[in-house]
Design a binder for this molecule. Sequence first.
Ligand code: FE2
Length: 191
Amino acid sequence: MSNYYKFIDIVDTKPYVQHFLESFIKENNFIELVTNQINKTYIEYPLHIYRDPLIVKLSLALTKKYKFPPISHFILFYHTGNQNIHADGSDVPRWCSFNLPLMGWKNTKMNFYSVKPDAMSINAESRYYKENDVIQQDQFNCTNDWVLVHSGLPHNVVNMTTENPRITLVNRFFGNPTFETLTTLINKASI
Ligand SMILES: [Fe+2]
C-alpha cells in the first residue's frame, strides 16, 4: 500500500464526468474564468454556496461508508502543462485531497517527493520546491477513478499539454484531515 495515494471505489464516476464536463463548467463559465487568471490554475467552489447535488451525494456516501468528515468545498483544476513541485496550502498544509480527473488524464502521472534536509520552499499559494531539493518517492498513472492523495507533501502532476488540457475535480474535507486519518477510517470500515 502506498503512503501517498489510495484509489477508492465509492460512487460511479460516469455521472460526475458527464455532469461537470457537459453542465457545470459551461453553466459556471469555468474555462473562460480559469484561463483569464494569472498564476492560478483552479477555481474553488464552497459547497455551502455551490450546493452541487452530485458533490452532496459523494460527501454523504463517504460519510456513510467510511465516517469521513463532510466535503467543505470542491475545486476544478485546468492544467495545460506540467505542475511545479509543490505542497498544497501555504502556512497550514492542505493535507488531503479526493480527486477525480475528468478529461485529459491519459498519460498523466502524479509524483510524490520527500524533501532533502535544509531544503527551502517558496511560500506562495502553495509551497514550491526546487527539483534538486526533493527525492521522488512514489508515482501513479492517473486514470478516471477516485483517488485520495497526500497533498501536504511535495507532489506534482505531469504530462499535460496545451493540446490536451486536463480538468480535475478535487474535493476537500472539513477539519483538514490528514491522509493517514482518512486511510485509517477506510481500513476500520473494511474490517
Ligand atoms: Fe497539489
